[in-house]
Design a protein around this ligand. Sequence first.
Ligand SMILES: [Zn+2]
Length: 193
Amino acid sequence: MAAKEYPPGEEPFRLTRSAAFVLAYPRGYCDPTIPISLIHYGLQPQRFFRSIHRENPVDVAYNLTVRAALANPKLKDCEWFVFADNDMGLTTPGIKPWLAAEEDVVGIMYELGPNNRTWGRPDAFHAGMWRGRRKVLEAIGPPWFKTILSADGCRIETCCCEWFARKVKTAGYSLGKAGWADHGSNDGHGNKS
Ligand SMILES: [Zn+2]
């Protein structure tokens, strides 16, 4: 396969040009494989952050974390941002395809319980762990994540990740998924079963 051509000023994903944020509500716990793997593959340790927002639902915490990442003056030279739920379990064979993927936004796949089959859909994307280019996140703007409820408010129509995926693609950027992570007993949206 020929190497992808990047526009001027744009580079392939590198953790050395990234900052990482783990959603570590409520007590700051973070699966140790997350910093261990990311730092092993080039993330600078001082660019690893735990984000503890007590706001619910999860899309609010995601939005607050993306906004804080983009606004941090110490991270202005980061071209990329990584975001992860605190219970993602990373392995070398699982993370390597995710590191190598070429899209502007790339999610890693993980156990979704009864909804696991939805990974088979070409447009499936969930935000348990993902990375995105700064310029994409700045271009699409807030809200990055938004859960859409049914008209009567009694059912989740589309998860907040789907909103994000649509927004990225509508703005003309590429979005994909690669690799695999453990996600414990989580259903993929921060709800423990
Ligand atoms: Zn989702």
